[in-house]
Design a protein around this ligand. Structure first.
Ligand SMILES: [Mg+2]
Length: 128
């Protein structure tokens, strides 16, 4: 059992909960890093728009997501009937592709969130 004090509140967490939060934080951190990489590739001119840009159509977003999803499928397919190929290197590739799928979806969610916020009249950095 671990005690965490946050904003004057005492939160009780057991080690299993802390380990779960760490695993999730690591995965979310990798997605955030991939989102930043996508935006830096756009800034470097590798592509005109990211999935967070309204200029990329919903169908364009779907094509990007399908490509990334397909790359996960490719890596998984490589293992069917060949469990000996499930090496750490292969697991790293599957992890990277899963992070890319999540980052592409997060990018689009950012756009949709901005659209929802604009419709709601919510304050956003863009509206400031
Ligand atoms: Mg990929």
């Amino acid at each position: 059992m671990t005690v965490i004090i946050k904003d004057g509140d005492i939160l009780w967490r057991d080690e299993e909960q802390i380990a779960e939060i760490r695993r999730m934080a690591n995965a979310f951190g990798a997605v955030l890093q991939e989102r930043r990489r996508q935006e830096s590739l756009k800034a470097a001119g590798k592509f005109a728009y990211s999935c967070a840009d309204a200029e990329l159509s919903d169908l364009g977003f779907l094509a990007v997501l399908a490509e990334e999803f397909g790359e996960v499928a490719h890596e998984v397919n490589e293992l069917i009937g060949r469990p000996e190929k499930r090496t750490l290197e292969h697991i790293r590739r599957m992890h990277a592709e899963c992070i890319q799928v999540a980052a592409v979806a997060v990018a689009r969610a950012e756009l949709y969130q901005r659209e929802i916020d604009a419709a709601d009249g919510a304050f956003t950095p863009e509206s400031a």
